[in-house]
Ligand binder design. Structure first.
Ligand code: UDP
Length: 240
């Protein structure tokens, strides 16, 4: 088998993706299984995989500020929500025979190991999937920032942002039928065109540390493996 193009990746999934297209459930277990099957294809190809999942299907700090929950409290609630999603994805990966470890940025020893970078890297070297829960552990950040930060910390080759659309478009493809997909784009061009790939903090971290971002459709079976094998799937954001 040919060598995968990316040997160590961080997969960023949104929490909202877990609730499915109709958003009827908090966690749609069919979607979880689908994600796990996709991840297995790249683990079997020898890729070291870390995962960060958001919490938007359960709780977002900023969106409850109006209702009287202060921002910091809300953000902590959001971070705990990511731990719930992380535990769900952990179970589903394990069900498919993968070995996983959940590391949390907020200490909760009964359910997760504390986030220790060297430990995370050691797990990856041993072929275990590392799930980073509780975001960065700090309010006023997002899980995109957590994804970028952890990817840099573990020296990942790229951060893979799984979305519902198959890359970055000149306009919103769900609204504009003439929108076309970028196969490749530079950080600077994405910034100047105000293409919202990640929030600015996350984006700046990637740019400053030369961490490639790949935006791709996680719902299309086989995409993740094709991407890992170097096929042009989604949009690649780099310095060039
Ligand atoms: N959050 C935070 N710090 C972090 C990561 C997340 O405070 O480092 C909180 C924040 O309130 C955020 C929520 O957790 O709204 C859920 O994460 P996010 O919105 O990134 O989830 P996603 O949109 O990917 O589902």
């Amino acid at each position: 088998m040919s060598q995968p193009k990316y040997k160590r990746i961080l997969l960023k999934l949104s929490g909202e993706a877990l609730s499915g297209a109709d958003k009827k459930q908090v966690i749609d277990f069919d979607i979880l299984q689908q994600f796990a099957k996709e991840v297995k294809t790249i683990v079997d190809a020898g890729v070291q995989v870390a995962v960060v999942i958001g919490g938007g299907n359960i709780f977002r700090g900023a969106s409850v500020e109006k209702s009287g929950i202060d921002r910091v409290q809300g953000d902590h609630m959001g971070m705990l929500a990511t731990v719930i999603n992380s535990m769900a994805i952990q179970s589903s990966l394990e069900k498919f025979g993968m070995v996983t470890r959940l590391l949390s940025a907020i200490k909760m020893e009964q359910v997760a190991e504390p986030m220790i970078r060297r430990r995370a890297v050691r797990h990856l070297e041993k072929g275990r999937i590392v799930i980073f829960g509780a975001g960065t552990g700090n309010p006023y950040f997002t899980t995109d920032s957590a994804g970028a930060l952890r990817a840099i910390e573990i020296n990942a080759d790229a951060v893979l942002k799984g979305t519902r659309v198959d890359g970055i478009y000149t306009a919103d493809p769900e609204k504009d039928p003439n929108a076309t997909r970028y196969e490749k784009i530079s950080y600077d061009e994405a910034l100047s065109k105000n293409l919202k790939i990640m929030d600015l903090t996350a984006f700046a971290l990637c740019k400053e540390n030369n961490l490639p971002i790949i935006v791709f459709d996680m719902n299309k079976p086989g995409n993740l493996l094709r991407l890992i094998n170097g096929e042009s799937v989604g949009t690649l954001v780099t310095n060039e």
